[in-house]
Structure formats: structure tokens, C-alpha cells
Write a protein that binds this ligand. Structure first.
Ligand code: 13P
Ligand code: SF4
Length: 361
């Protein structure tokens, strides 16, 4: 995704002026504008969000806010694409920085998925249901919609997998192997019945027998932020902080999720800490902007990241206030920049898959 360089005036502007002008642009645009912010956004952005959420909640909001002409999406590209598909045709979705992608979403493309699908059809036959994690490009959502599948998020993956097994005997789950494995295991599917499909090999790097035995075919993709969490960090936290509760995102590896006390979406993580008693201690395995915000907001609880050296999600971080201001000031002049627009032929199938996601929770 190409992002044109910001005009120097925006790059050189002080924080105070940037903030003041964002406030002015928001006020001037009034009810024409809604700003949605994912929980991983930095504080300097999240303070301007009209609504915050995990990917499921933000999709619901995008589908429900038919009044705003402009939805400025402070998150990453696949989320803005989904907002475009779910919003009304007359609404425009804007991503302040087009280079805010997701490395996990880049780990599966439509050519690879089609090749895998055709191979599996030849080796296994019918009865496979394709499920894509929200963190994927719109054409993969379209593929699922057209082939009897659905989209899931980290907050409804168990219900979507249950639904999928009512439609067929096997699931092809992409692109996050960890969410697929963690969810499948919780549903009682043994590890031997979940086989990794490596898209770099024409046969997925798996024997035909193992593919035939599998109930879930797990695409070999992962999140580089969440794969940094390790069981040793959990052991260290437990040794140093007696009584600590370990709370992680299900994009973490199987071993980490098994070793934790709780796992769930970003919205779940927030709720869990919000509802925890004062004085409780939490070691959290997710993106650092969210963990730091929780630590600041809930000073009566001890909240810290399991990995002290963890870096933020570098693509979420690309939504900087200067880009937000630039996009808003353009809108004030009636100019739409960075519109995320999914072509109609792709949006059609993707909408089927996304509507299934919204309906099954
Ligand atoms: P949530 O749906 O839990 O917000 O997760 C989105 C995401 O990208 C996590 O890495
Ligand atoms: Fe993608 Fe991971 Fe960033 Fe989520 S945290 S947007 S999965 S790279």
C-alpha cells in the first residue's frame, strides 16, 4: 500500500498545534465524521477516537454508524477494508496512513489459498469449510464467502469453528495458525488432528495421510508481535510476583496460551482487568500500547507486559497524529484522501463472510 509523504508543514508541526488542529477539524466536521480506534493505537491517537474496540466491535460499529459520511479508521488496512464492506455505499472509509498494514495478513494471499484449496479438493474431496481470521485481505474474505465459509475474530473464533463443523467435516483456517490451534484445542480437537499447511510447498509440506486425518488445516502464519511471548516469561512472572494472573491474546503460541490463566481478544483483556479486584496483579501478553494504557488507567492493580522489551505493533504505530490531522484537514476542504475502497466484485463475497461473523458470536 502506497502512502504519499506528508507535506513538510505537518511533519514539522509541534504536538500542541497538531492536537489543537485535530480538535478543530473534528469539531468542524461534526456528525459527518466518526473516528474509530483499535485498542493497539497509541495514546496520542486513541484520545481522539469516538469509539474504541477490538476488531469485532469496530466491525459492528462500522456496520451500525450509517449517519457519518466519513469513517476515519485508526487501525490497520484489513480493518479499514472490512469497515468499507460493512458500511453503507455512501460512506467513505479513510485510513490516515496507507502503509499501516499487518504482517500476519500478508502471510496468505489469494493465489496461495486457491492453490491450497484445489490441492485439498483433489486429496481430500469436499466437506472443507474455509475460515479466515479477520486479519486477512478482503479477497480472502471474499473467497470464504463464496465457498461456504466465514470470517472470525479472536472474540468469536470458538463459535465460528463450531458453526463451521456443522457445515462440513474439516476446516481450512488461515492465516493465523496459533488462533486456529488454540481455538481447536479448546473445542477438544487433539493436536494430532490439526495439521500445518505451509504455503511455500505445493503439498503444504504435509503428507496426504496427515491431511486426510486432519480436522483443522492450519495455515502457517503468525503475528510477529505475539510470537515474542514465551513460557519462560510466564514462569519468571509467577516466580517474581506470587498470585500474578497471566492474561494473553490467542495469537500467542499454543504453549504460551496453555501456560496462561486466561486468553482472549483485546476487548476481553480490557474487561478482565477492569473487573479484577483492586490489588490484583496481572502479567499481560499483548501489544504494549494497550498494556501500558491499562497500567495507567488501573493504578489500583498491578499491570505489566510479560515481555519487558516488547516493541509495539509497528504497523499500528504508523497512524501518527500528523497523518490523522492531514486526513481530517483534507476532509474539511471536501477532499477525500486515503480512501479504502474494496472493489464491488470482492466486496460481495466478503460481505457474506463478514455478516456470518457478525451473526455468530
Ligand atoms: P483483536 O480483535 O483482539 O482486537 O485483535 C486484533 C489484532 O490484530 C491482534 O493482533
Ligand atoms: Fe497484525 Fe500482529 Fe499488528 Fe495485530 S499485532 S495488527 S496481528 S502485526
Amino acid at each position: 500500500m502506497f502512502q504519499m509523504p506528508l507535506p513538510p508543514a505537518y511533519r514539522q508541526m509541534s504536538e500542541e498545534e497538531t492536537d489543537r488542529r485535530i480538535g478543530e477539524a473534528k469539531a468542524a466536521l461534526g456528525s459527518d465524521l466518526v473516528i474509530l480506534g483499535h485498542h493497539y493505537q497509541r495514546d496520542e491517537i486513541i484520545k481522539f477516537a469516538d469509539f474504541r474496540g477490538d476488531s469485532f466491535k469496530l466491525s459492528q460499529l462500522a456496520a451500525g454508524r450509517k449517519d457519518a459520511r466519513y469513517i476515519v479508521f485508526c487501525g490497520v488496512h484489513f480493518m479499514a477494508e472490512s469497515a468499507d464492506i460493512l458500511s453503507a455505499d455512501c460512506q467513505k472509509v479513510i485510513l490516515p496512513n496507507m502503509s499501516a498494514g499487518c504482517s500476519m495478513a500478508d502471510m496468505a494471499n489469494i493465489h496461495q489459498v486457491r492453490a491450497c484449496w484445489d490441492y485439498l479438493a483433489g486429496e481430500i474431496g469436499p466437506g472443507i469449510v474455509p475460515i479466515t481470521y479477520m486479519n486477512s485481505t478482503a479477497n480472502l474474505k471474499d473467497f470464504c464467502g463464496r465457498n461456504g465459509g466465514a470470517v472470525c475474530t479472536s472474540s468469536n473464533a470458538p463459535s465460528i469453528l463450531k458453526w463451521a463443523f456443522a457445515q462440513g467435516d474439516r476446516v481450512l483456517f488461515f492465516p493465523d495458525q496459533h488462533l486456529g490451534r488454540n481455538t481447536g484445542y479448546k473445542m477438544g480437537i487433539p493436536l494430532e488432528e490439526m495439521v500445518v499447511w505451509d504455503p511455500h510447498y505445493p503439498d503444504g509440506g504435509a503428507s496426504p495421510e496427515s491431511l486426510r486425518q486432519a480436522r483443522i488445516l492450519l495455515w502457517k502464519g503468525h503475528c510477529s508481535v505475539h510470537q515474542r511471548f514465551a513460557v519462560e516469561q510466564i514462569e519468571k512472572a509467577r516466580a517474581e510476583r506470587p498470585g500474578v494472573h497471566i492474561l494473553v491474546h490467542p495469537e500467542c503460541s499454543f504453549d504460551v496460551v496453555r501456560a496462561s490463566d486466561f486468553d482472549g481478544s483485546t476487548e476481553y483483556i480490557i474487561k478482565k482487568i477492569e473487573e479484577a479486584p483492586a490489588g490484583s496483579s496481572w502479567g499481560v501478553g499483548t501489544e504494549i500500547n494497550l498494556v501500558n494504557r491499562l497500567a495507567k488507567e488501573y493504578t489500583d492493580k498491578e499491570v505489566s507486559c510479560l515481555d519487558p522489551t516488547i516493541c509495539p505493533c509497528s504497523t499500528m504505530y504508523r497512524i501518527h497524529p500528523s497523518y490523522l490531522l492531514w486526513a481530517l484537514e483534507k476532509l474539511r476542504k471536501g477532499e477525500v484522501v486515503n480512501q479504502v475502497q474494496v472493489p464491488a466484485d470482492i466486496a460481495a463475497g466478503a460481505l457474506i463472510a463478514l455478516n456470518r461473523m457478525l451473526a455468530i458470536h
